[in-house]
Write a protein that binds this ligand. Structure first.
Ligand code: ZN
Length: 467
């Protein structure tokens, strides 16, 4: 059986400062090497100070993944030399004196499959290496330390995945969960990175390092399974090794380095005391956590009778569920869910479009109200939504600017209906004997009013006129 285990690194992107100093966690906004200080540069005499908020958020992730959360956590030094690591050690967590990382064992369901989580740890990110030059001979490596010391949460799973599809489903669930908790924005470049270990039936375990996105993680796992199966079918032994993911060529490449845990000479970080998170604090954290996606979904279905699939989309995406939460009432919930999942989704399907979008909860409430009271047709509502997302104007303004209001004035509508009746004598006769066919005439009225006739009123007036 194929076995796949994951180590996922996600940045806590919504924090104010780095993990052990007051430099900004949002390093992306700075010029190269502008977001640094003696602490994150590891200068002699500088001392780290633990960011409490990072511990809280990492603990929330552990709780959301049903992991145990120890009362005492500790930090360790992982020693290695690499240009992106100014201190020559990384401050991380390790469970050698019992569970002292922010999260102990836990599990999460992916469809019918239980995926066990081994542990969750909080650690600092290294800096970023930038390679320049055209050939291997004149290539130079530049280093940007803005990222050094920013908080990372590492989520380690047991080798419970059996195929790339389960991996993808897990990653979808995980990114929705992190976004819902408000701790990490998975769509930011570099916010999610991963390593994976893969072994096929009868083969040895291969580690894949350096996978830069969730998208590539599934690809890397898929590539690696195919590579190992191909070796196996030709009776070539699969070596136990570490491979790197080449994100340009989309393949894994063997790499010489094979570090063992021993090589890192882990020892307790003496500059950071053990942190106690007693049960009262844990309870408080639990109560501060946002409602989980599954509980939201259940509420949408049971309270508002929103179809399962719609509730699924609505609850798992924070952008949509926030809009829904802020706009809905008991009476318009279904209508708003419908507007979001059928019309709005197509208009804001990328990160850029979402950020540029001007839509607010008030817009959605107004729109649902206008549809429910027959002031605007569903079709015109779609056009109005398009304009609102772009300009942020009030619905009433958009409706008058684009002339989108329904024709609900009886005399105005009656004139159109009389025209249709005189133009379609055959259809009128048919409608007399077979009431079902009246829809054809309603359609004609709609055509003449460019879809703006109030459908209910049209039907009533048409029936009266035909009789
Ligand atoms: Zn710093």
């Amino acid at each position: 059986m194929t076995k796949i285990g994951l180590e996922i690194h996600c940045q806590l992107t919504n924090l104010e400062s780095k993990l052990f100093c007051s430099c900004k966690a949002n390093y992306r906004q700075f010029e190269i090497n502008e977001n640094i200080c003696p602490v994150c540069m590891g200068l002699p005499g500088s001392l780290p100070r633990l960011n409490q908020d990072a511990v809280k958020k990492a603990t929330m992730i552990a709780m959301a993944l049903n992991c145990s959360t120890p009362e005492k956590i500790a930090f360790f030094r992982k020693n290695y030399f690499y240009p992106d690591l100014p201190k020559n050690f990384q401050i991380t967590q390790l469970n050698i004196y019992g569970d002292t990382s922010v999260g102990g064992p836990g599990s999460i369901m992916v469809g019918d499959k239980e995926i066990r989580i081994t542990r969750i740890q909080l650690e600092e990110d290294p800096g970023r290496l930038i390679y320049e030059g055209t050939s291997s001979k004149n290539q130079i490596t530049l280093v940007d330390y803005n990222r050094a010391g920013t908080p990372l949460v590492e989520i380690v799973t047991e080798p419970d995945f059996e195929n790339p599809k389960q991996v993808r489903e897990f990653l979808n669930i995980l990114s929705d969960l992190l976004e819902n908790l408000g701790v990490s924005d998975p769509s930011l470049e570099g916010a999610m990175r991963a390593d994976a270990n893969v072994s096929i039936e009868g083969g040895k375990k291969v580690e894949i390092k350096n996978i830069g996105s969730f998208h590539d993680l599934e690809k890397a796992v898929h590539f690696e399974i195919t590579r190992q199966e191909s070796l196996h079918s030709r009776e070539i032994e699969i070596a136990q090794e570490t491979r790197h993911w080449d994100d340009k060529r989309k393949i894994t490449i063997s790499s010489r380095s094979k570090e063992e845990a021993l090589d890192y000479r882990y020892f307790l970080e003496g500059d950071i005391p053990w942190v106690t998170i007693d049960p009262a604090i844990q309870e408080k954290l639990k109560s501060e956590m946002p409602e989980s996606i599954s509980s939201k979904k259940e509420r949408y279905v049971s309270k508002y009778n929103i179809p399962n699939q719609v509730a699924d989309v609505l609850s798992s995406d924070k952008f949509y569920s926030d809009l829904f939460e802020d706009s809905h009432t008991e009476s318009n919930a279904k209508e708003i869910a419908n507007i979001i999942t059928t019309d709005l989704m197509g208009l804001v399907d990328t990160r850029e479009k979402r950020e540029a979008s001007k839509i607010t909860a008030t817009h959605l409430r107004d729109l649902a109200d206008a549809i429910q009271t027959g002031k605007i047709s569903r079709n015109s509502a779609k056009n109005a939504l398009h304009e609102i997302v772009k300009s942020g104007k009030e619905l009433s303004q958009v409706m008058s600017d684009l002339d989108l209001g329904n024709v609900s004035d009886e005399s105005e509508l009656l004139t159109v209906i009389k025209d249709v009746i005189s133009e379609e004598p055959q259809a009128v006769e048919q409608a007399k004997s077979n009431p079902q066919t009246i829809n054809y005439l309603v359609g004609k009225v709609m055509q003449k009013t460019k879809g703006k006739a109030d459908p209910k009123l049209t039907l009533d007036l048409l029936k009266k006129q035909i009789e």
